[in-house]
Design a binder for this molecule. Structure first.
Ligand SMILES: [Zn+2]
Ligand SMILES: [Zn+2]
Length: 223
């Protein structure tokens, strides 16, 4: 009865279960989202006991300084990310941005947001960059043009984990001086972190003092 009534008042259906919803998701689906807990490595956001830096980051420190991720990349977070990225469901960007904002309340502020760039060709094909769309709802100055892909790379998703770092090596360039800036790099999914590591290197080369990753979803550790 309540569901029917709320459907009458709000007229919305949940993106995931098609039940009545006041927003994009119903309260049940929102509560079921795989939000990440606090026991994460501060550097790479993989699970780590007590939230201590993980062994991988201690042995091979990445060039980014920290990572904040909102969701575990599994059902139904993968459905939402996929729909935004490949099906043009742009209305999901503010929702994913809001989920990320939930995690950012305690995070140190940044001077500029840099969305992970697509290659010009992929941007033409897709018509939008999902990372830009997510970044728009995060409420800090956005600079979508400062970092560019200087060469086409194969989609990381198509490659085995051990080929991903070489696929993106040297693929990014920062076109303006970032002297001393604190930068947050925005992306939808972080998997091996190879792309974000290359971007952090380019941003630091341009003078960024600190580079953090703010990503919607984090995959399980690479095998
Ligand atoms: Zn639902
Ligand atoms: Zn780590």
């Amino acid at each position: 009865m309540l569901r029917k009534l709320s459907r009458l008042f709000f007229g919305g259906t949940c993106f995931l279960c098609r039940g009545a919803a006041a927003g994009l998701l119903c309260a049940d689906c929102d509560a079921d989202l795989p939000r990440l807990d606090a026991e994460r490595c501060p550097r790479c956001a993989l699970a780590s006991r007590g939230g201590a830096p993980c062994g991988r980051c201690l042995a091979h420190p990445p060039r980014y300084d920290a990572t904040i991720a909102a969701l575990d990349y599994r059902f139904p977070a993968d459905v939402l990310v996929h729909a935004l990225k490949f099906r043009g469901e742009l209305a999901l960007a503010p929702l994913l941005g809001a989920l990320l904002r939930e995690k950012l309340s305690a995070a140190p502020g940044v001077d500029v947001l840099v969305p992970v760039p697509l290659s010009p060709r992929r941007l033409r094909e897709r018509g939008y960059n999902q990372a830009v769309e997510i970044a728009r709802s995060l409420g800090a100055p956005l600079d979508a043009g400062c970092c560019e892909r200087v060469r086409e790379t194969r989609a990381q998703m198509e490659l085995p984990f051990d080929e991903r770092a070489s696929n993106v090596r040297g693929a990014f360039r920062c076109s303006r001086a970032l002297s001393g800036a604190r930068v947050a790099v925005i992306d939808d999914v972080m998997t091996t972190g190879a792309t974000l590591d290359e971007i952090a290197a380019a941003l630091k080369e341009a003078g960024a003092a600190r580079v953090v990753n703010w990503v919607v979803a984090r995959t399980a550790p690479p095998a």
